[in-house]
Design a protein. Sequence first.
Length: 126
Amino acid sequence: MRMRLTAITLDCADPMALAAFYHRATGLPFAERSDDDFAGLRAEDGLFLGFQRVEGYRPPSWPTQDVPQQLHLDFDVDDLDEAAALLVSWGAVLPEAQPRPDLWRVLLDPAGHPFCLTVPRPPRES
């Protein structure tokens, strides 16, 4: 059996606002909008990134686990400093706690979900 990832859906308080942030950050086009409870983006390969309203949503409390992060997304970028600064200007937060700032940056999206920026590394030779 083989499984193919087709969708990732994030809980949040404002689906359209979070979809707009990720649209701007990734360039993925809007794919779905239904009233104010759900929005989505779809990549060319079909991967769907969805955002659903959850009443009483509480953002993760990274780096503590008072409210667990539950999942996080990783994105390759060309320049960590430049990408982090741009994303912060669009509403992300760069928390003080950065476990390995030489390899990746942890940011929080406008709904509080942690996500990481990394610079692609060449594959290891066997």
